[in-house]
Design a protein around this ligand. Structure first.
Ligand code: NAD
Length: 342
């Protein structure tokens, strides 16, 4: 894909999708069609830097609508798809699982059907180079105990939440469309992403927002769950390199070796805030004093950790961002967006 191709991105107004679009528009000559339903999770501000670019197109479409999808394929004739559209918040999946089944399972199924119909009718050369990249999560592997080895691509699936079960279901559909119909699919499993423009319901933005507002910073259980973090721009580059150099039918884990307990992470963020926005609310001495523990959520996985040696070895991708500097960038982006620092 060295020259200008058309890449259809679903969920491009979301946190990771928008980072992928910014990367492709800024770093390549490709055109991007952003197909997004614009749910509560979408944030068009994240696309402001590229929205007037003549290689960027936006279509407000629900991936569950087959006719609308067929029309997009017909109109744009894309060369590849990166599929990110999903309901993505575990807490919401516990309270409202139906939406997760609808978008993540039925939506992915509908997108596969429409893609297959389109792909089947392509000329031979376009058919050969077409790719369907399905963006999944490490949560499909379930949880690890303290001393267990990290998730590899051959770790068996053991999803524990309605969110991870719906993503696991969509992965199986994608795999079967490759095995049964030959649709050229590739699946990625990334660990927890962080960075600018993440929805405030997620852990890192919620810690920052609550700290600055002087509200309690709520941490589940004792905060000892371990997560493995990757800076969103590193994941965006990984997804693009999988699109260009990944092998059809393969799966790739994407992570950056940044394991941390939730409590250690919250404390790290508080420390950065103490330095960058000290006593923003005058009554707060140290932001960490706002941390409070609340009862754990059901089915809360203890630990995720990703072994991403395969993508490094086979594709040559490596994360660039260091955890400390990535967190600092994230806090600075938040403070800038709220005009707390200039
Ligand atoms: P997000 O919730 O920020 O964004 C999801 C986007 O999908 C939103 O713009 C939303 O409007 C769109 N969308 C939702 N339902 C849709 C539908 N029916 N039709 C069309 N568009 C729809 O999610 P994110 O954090 O950017 O995650 C993107 C993908 O990456 C998801 O598939 C998620 O499972 C996966 N993932 C996320 C993480 C993470 O840490 N955020 C980690 C691993 C994998």
């Amino acid at each position: 894909m060295s020259d200008s191709k058309k890449i259809l991105i679903t969920g491009g107004a979301g946190f990771i999708g928008s980072a992928v679009i910014r990367y492709i528009i800024e770093q390549t000559a490709h055109q991007v069609i952003n197909l997004d339903k614009l749910t509560y999770a979408a944030n068009l501000q994240a696309l402001q830097s590229v929205s007037t670019n003549n290689r960027y197109f936006f279509e407000k479409v629900d991936i569950c609508h087959r006719h609308a999808l067929d029309h997009i394929f017909e109109q744009y004739q894309p060369n590849a798809i990166i599929h990110l559209a999903a309901e993505s918040h575990v807490d919401r999946s516990i309270n409202h699982p139906a939406k997760f089944i609808e978008t993540n399972v039925i939506g992915t199924f509908t997108l596969l059907e429409s893609s297959y119909h389109y792909w089947q009718n392509l000329a031979k050369d376009l058919k050969e180079t077409f790719r369907f990249i399905h963006v999944s999560t490490d949560e499909v592997y379930g949880e690890l105990q303290q001393n267990e080895s990290k998730f590899t691509e051959s770790t068996p699936y053991a999803p524990n939440s309605p969110y991870s079960a719906s993503k696991a279901s969509s992965d199986h559909l994608v795999r079967s469309w490759y095995k049964t119909y030959g649709l050229p699919t590739i699946i990625t499993h990334s660990t927890n992403n962080y960075g600018p423009f993440q929805h405030p319901e997620k852990l890192i933005p919620s810690v920052i927002a609550n700290a600055l507002a002087g509200r309690p910073i709520l941490i589940y259980g004792e905060g000892l769950q371990m997560r493995d973090w990757i800076y969103v721009e590193d994941n965006a580059k990984a997804l693009y390199s999988v699109l260009i150099n990944g092998k059809i039918g393969e799966t790739y884990n994407i992570g950056a070796n940044n394991e941390s307990t939730n409590i250690a992470l919250a404390e790290k963020l508080c420390k950065i805030l103490d330095e960058l926005a000290p006593q923003y609310k005058s009554s707060i001495i140290k932001y960490r004093d706002l941390i409070q523990f609340v009862s754990d959520r059901p089915g809360h996985d203890y630990r995720y950790a990703i072994d991403s040696s395969k993508i490094t070895k086979e594709i040559g991708w490596q994360p660039q961002e260091d955890f400390e500097s990535g967190l600092r960038k994230t806090v600075i982006a938040y403070l800038n967006s709220k005009q707390i620092i200039g």
